[in-house]
Design a protein around this ligand. Structure first.
Ligand code: ADP
Ligand code: MG
Length: 228
């Protein structure tokens, strides 16, 4: 098995005037390419922080993050942005679509950032895959939460990422819409052979992945295989 992500002695602290807040403490794990992993744990335990560090959205205070062999902790903000655009897809709990762009344009952005030409047909194909070809020219505000999350899935897969991170992708969706989004997430993931790392406190969703990492108080407290 190839390792796509390796985390070593990872810590994240925030410094304020009077004290140091330790949010993540000495985390170690690696993730096999092509596998599916859930990160679970109580609210405030550091899951979002951990995902952001793994994806290169943020930088560690100490320790190493190697994504596809690239040491993210040693890179500048700009260099990390480039690695993200080349290798990483990210799905946010609150979708984070650009409000002034249509669904289609939102999906086109990562492709354009890569310098690809003629990106519109590719973006339309992706929107079609998530069942939203007919909403291509609508703005996020004209779409339901579930539809916005499907656009963000299309966007996240647009650069054919080696690894996809999803932070509570169903946290803002009702049960029925959640199921649709989850099925789509796993299907797109399987079709593209992408590694999937998701944060959730839905244990049913976590049990659909091959491995569950549990975080508590900024520490990794368990690491189990589900048998999937
Ligand atoms: N920029 C920041 N400055 C200070 N503290 C932060 C910052 N971001 C997150 N935290 C703190 O880190 C802890 C973990 O947050 P988070 O990673 O969002 O947890 P989770 O996603 O598990 O709910 C929380 O106590 C939160 O208040
Ligand atoms: Mg969170």
């Amino acid at each position: 098995m190839n390792t796509i992500l390796q985390i070593q002695n990872l810590s994240k602290t925030y410094q304020s005037a009077e004290r140091t807040l330790t949010v993540l403490e000495n985390i170690n794990f690696s993730i096999d390419a092509g596998s599916t992993v859930a990160i679970v744990g109580p609210s405030g335990s550091g899951k979002t922080t951990l995902l952001g560090l793994c994806a290169g959205l943020d930088r560690s205070s100490a320790g190493a993050v190697a994504l596809n062999g690239i040491r993210l902790d040693e890179l500048s903000e700009d260099a990390r942005a480039q690695v993200r655009n080349q290798h990483v897809g990210f799905i946010f709990q609150n979708f984070q679509l650009l409000p002034t762009l249509t669904a289609l344009e939102n999906v086109m952005v990562p492709l354009e950032l890569r310098g690809e030409k003629n990106v519109q047909p590719q973006a339309l194909e992706l929107l079609d895959k998530v069942g939203l070809a007919s909403r291509a020219h609508h703005y996020p505000a004209q779409l339901s939460g579930g539809e916005q999350q499907r656009v963000s899935l299309a966007r996240a897969f647009s650069n054919k990422p080696k690894i996809l991170f999803a932070d509570e992708p169903t946290g803002n969706l009702d049960a029925e819409t959640s199921e649709k989004v989850v099925n789509l997430l796993f299907r797109l993931n399987q079709d593209a052979g992408t590694t999937l790392v998701l944060v959730t406190h839905d244990l049913e969703l976590a049990s659909k992945t091959q491995r569950i990492l549990r975080v508590k108080g900024g520490k990794l407290v368990s690491d189990e295989r589900t048998g999937v």
